[in-house]
Design a protein around this ligand. Structure first.
Ligand SMILES: [Zn+2]
Length: 171
């Protein structure tokens, strides 16, 4: 069954057993709560209330009535490797419209663009001298900049995009 909502609006809640996957989804711009508590009922409740897709490696979650009845969408994550897990999610939900670097990887908060002037006391001087574009997380105040890390992430994103497109083509 395909969802009628635009892909950009897909939101997730990642179980405690898929934390790396949660970060990767945020990197792509997907709103992903990371559920670290042990209470499965609470996770299911939040997912239902906020229309989030559950991502889990716990087979018990998949047996929940809400999931079986189709009232709540959950994906059982079969892969061990976090990158393969990400591919599994993107393929399963046919996601290909990404908004990279729009969310804090740590807190899932939308990032706010900052000028060099605004971050000058917050980043190392060598960074300030080399980069013009910055983003700040309003929650943890982590600063992101378009440095080598950014470049590495962009390459990773491009690689993922290629692999998702290839998979669509093959299926
Ligand atoms: Zn943050």
């Amino acid at each position: 069954m395909t969802s009628s909502r635009p892909v950009d609006e897909v939101k997730f809640i990642a179980d405690h057993n898929v934390g790396k996957l949660a970060k990767l989804l945020r990197m792509f711009g997907y709103d992903t709560l990371f559920f670290t508590a042990k209470d499965d009922n609470e996770m299911v409740r939040i997912a239902f209330k906020e229309s989030r897709v559950i991502l889990t490696r716990d087979t018990q979650i998949m047996k929940r009535r809400l999931v079986c009845d189709g009232d709540l969408k959950a994906l059982f994550i079969a892969e061990n490797n976090s990158k393969e897990q990400l591919l599994q999610v993107l393929r399963a939900l046919h996601l290909n419209r990404f908004k990279p670097f729009s969310l804090c990887l740590e807190c899932n908060q939308p990032l706010i663009p900052r000028s060099r002037e605004e971050v000058k006391s917050l980043v190392p001087i060598r960074v300030l001298n080399n980069y013009n574009h910055y983003m700040e997380c309003p929650s943890c105040h982590r600063i992101y900049w378009q440095g080598t890390h950014w470049q590495a992430m962009t390459e990773k994103l491009e690689d993922f995009k290629r692999r998702v497109v290839m998979a669509e083509f093959e299926s």
